[in-house]
Design a protein around this ligand. Sequence first.
Ligand code: HGY
Ligand code: MN
Ligand code: MN
Ligand code: MN
Length: 419
Amino acid sequence: MSEVQTGKNVNLEKVQVRIENHIDTLSTYTATPGKGTTRLTYSQEDLLARQYIKGKMKEAGLTVHEDGLGNIFGKLEGSLKDAPSVLIGSHFDSVPNGGSYDGPAGVVAGLEVAALFTENGLTPKYPLEVIALIEEEGSRFGGGLMGSRGMVGLLAEEEFKSLRDKDGITTVEAMEKIGLDPSLPRERDQQSVKAYLELHIEQGPILEEKNIPIGVVEAIVGLTQLEVTVKGQAGHAGTTPMDRRSDALVAAARMIAQFPGLAAAEGEGTVVTTGQLQVYPNGANVIPDQTVFSVDIRSGKEEHVQNIIKKVKELADSYRDSGVEITVEQLLYIQPKEMNKEIVSLLKEKSSELGSASCPMNSGAGHDAMVFADYTRTGMLFIPSKNGLSHCPEEWSDSRHIAEAVQILFEAAIELTEA
Ligand code: HGY
Ligand code: MN
Ligand code: MN
Ligand code: MN
């Protein structure tokens, strides 16, 4: 039992057991059992996770609703009527064959903070809202950060309605298939929010190497996703001479092979990744006539991101004469973001009051917090990732660290919902 300085009792062991149950249950909602978490937005797995999260919100006495994108909200009403809320949560979709903690650790932390409010008979002045956001990873509809971008007005109607998954299913069709209502409002009035807090796994090795349980995030790298389409000419693999080909895969491969050099030339932690590549018609004896591949660009400095985008476009132009046509589309562009300084110091202060060692950190991964950073006062906590691994089935974090972060967020939320 640990006495929280506000005189509230937080039984960390009890919270830790509930966290383990939440994480273990959510991790069963996967399309790839035994091969990590694959929970695509608006899939059957999403629906199961959604039902679980809404059930736990109701158990904590929260008023539950979903918006026009399927973001889930659990509201603990405050004594002030129609007052702006403190939001606390993260996303609950995953990458293909990902881990159990990327996203859910933050949603579960929100559920547990709300449970601590009700268990301690605390009615906040300003409301507290637990949120579970959709399509942060962009695994189904591309780009990413869709739930948070929709809330803050960065997802235009035509963009939302035009999005299709790789089977051509639209967002609206997929939502309706699991009983969601896409006609509900997506944008959230900025006046109705006074802060956003997010717990997330670090997804890197720093906290574990330093043996520190809590990272207080000060800034998040910029995140850009491009989609490159290469159009060539299909042909017979056996009868077409090598010098008579417009091979869309060879051109793509030549471009992608340049990326590590471009990233190194920029330096300062700039990274460039091609994680997705589709080949059409994808026949072993057919010269590919089209390839579509992703380019994920990150850097703490925006100038490096801009330089890489420019060089990718120049590379595309330089292959035009080899009989292929290359187009570069920008799916997502979010500049590097600073967290709110008041919230950063509040989280540091609460960590030390509670005796949790913490260190300031920057995030190399993108997060919904980067979308909220320009919309409301935003803060983020990290906990260690075992061996620094994430976006893979081996992803693991200690529920004890999540419980410690819950206690810090509980204290911070008490303060943020009081003034
Ligand atoms: O890609 C990212 O950084 C995040 O995990 N969506
Ligand atoms: Mn995440
Ligand atoms: Mn992720
Ligand atoms: Mn993220």
